[in-house]
Write a protein that binds this ligand. Structure first.
Ligand SMILES: Cc1cc2nc3c(=O)[nH]c(=O)nc-3n(C[C@H](O)[C@H](O)[C@H](O)COP(=O)(O)O)c2cc1C
Length: 363
């Protein structure tokens, strides 16, 4: 049985993680309007590195200016971002953790109100982020440009000192829109069957690897299921096989709740993590995230076959959550949290306000 306090070494790159805990990517709206990191955003992440997490993942960060999904989102689309990113990565390293930047493009979920441009996607899709109510279909040239932009952003992250990147293919953003059968109805090489819909992501992986050092970690986060986009668990496994064959350093599945079965196959007793761990075995390190609050939860998810466990809301509530994980009875109180408590955990007023959107999180 694997315990959460056990270290782990990424087989290809040799990067050592001090334990099995990963701070999952969490948008916090604290960056400046030009995408540069603020002191508040650096502080919140460094406090989690102080708090014992093995890997610190940044919030989703856009690879082109037009890919921005929210106000206050950190960017990696320009060289002006690098200096503050370097402050973050050196701080994380000094505190003994690894750092990953979660790179993404909002696609049809990049609001025209922010970017001034009609959102683009794999196909023409209905979206409230567009003034016309529809995204436009990306041209072949635009797709080539986007693939290069992911690679350039990853290269910037490497220069800024990150240990690697997580390609955000989950939650309905651009990569996910290419993977899903509802949002990708193209007939060219970027669309078609479930395997062809993986081509955009595969090219991004190739481009990122070609522009970053050999020992740079390249992982992918996927939603196993996402109905609005047409992402289904069996397709996701097929698509994940393709990217694992391509060579990635981890597969991160965003389960939201690691303790419920597939919504498509509720009769199947397996938890979603088990679908993936049974399929991939040792072929790729697996990160699984969703509703983990206690040490027992971490043990359960590691027993389901995860290699590393992602922590979201518990890490907002408790900066030192990971430092407590060897305590057999660790199960800290759950939300709602008082504003004072959240401030003590290193959240700025901006972040606390954002957390009011999450049901019953802030008192
Ligand atoms: C405030 C907040 C912001 C989030 N932002 C992101 C994000 O930028 N990228 C991402 O992949 N997931 C994001 N997520 C999802 C988390 O990474 C995680 O998968 C989810 O919260 C479930 O884990 P938990 O139950 O431990 O919170 C966000 C979640 C929260 C609560």
């Amino acid at each position: 049985m694997t315990h959460p306090e056990e270290p782990f070494v990424f087989p290809r790159t040799g990067h050592a993680v001090r334990n099995r805990t990963v701070l999952a990517a969490m948008t916090n709206k604290q960056s400046h309007s030009n995408g540069v990191l603020s002191d508040d955003e650096i502080n919140w992440l460094l406090k989690r590195a102080d708090g014992g997490f093995g890997i610190i993942t940044t919030a989703a960060t856009h690879v082109t200016e037009e890919g921005q999904g929210w106000v206050g989102e950190m960017g990696v689309w320009g060289d002006h971002h690098i200096d503050r990113l370097r402050e973050l990565t050196s701080g994380v390293r000094e505190r003994g953790a690894l750092s990953l930047a979660q790179i993404f493009h909002g696609g049809m979920r990049a609001p025209e109100d922010i970017t001034g441009k009609q959102p683009l996607s794999a196909s023409v899709n209905e979206c409230k982020e567009s003034h016309s109510g529809k995204s436009r279909e990306a041209t072949g040239d635009e797709i080539d440009h986007l693939i290069e932009a992911f690679g350039d952003a990853a290269a910037r992250c490497a220069i800024a000192g990150f240990d690697g990147v997580e390609l955000h293919g989950a939650h309905g953003y651009l990569i996910c829109q290419f993977l899903g059968e509802k949002t990708n109805r193209r007939n060219d090489k970027w669309g078609g069957d479930c395997k062809s819909r993986t081509n955009f992501l595969l090219e991004i992986i190739r481009n990122v690897k070609s522009k970053t050092p050999e020992n740079f970690i390249v992982g992918v986060r996927l939603s196993p299921e996402y109905q609005q986009i047409g992402v289904r668990i069996q397709d996701t496994i097929t698509q994940a096989k393709k990217i694992v064959e391509e060579g990635i350093d981890f597969l991160h599945i965003s389960c939201w709740d690691c303790f419920t079965p597939s919504s498509e196959f509720p009769e199947d007793p397996r938890m979603i993590t088990e679908w993936f761990s049974q399929e991939f075995g040792q072929a790729v390190p697996l990160i699984s995230t969703g509703a983990i609050w206690s040490r027992q939860d971490t043990i359960d998810v590691l027993s389901q076959g995860a290699t590393l466990i992602g922590i979201g809301r518990a890490a907002i509530g408790y900066a030192d959550w990971a430092a407590n994980i060897s305590n057999p009875n660790y199960s800290p109180p759950r939300p709602p949290f008082s504003v004072m408590h959240l401030r003590e955990q290193g959240l700025s007023d901006t972040f606390v306000d954002y957390m009011r959107n999450w049901k019953e999180f802030v008192e």
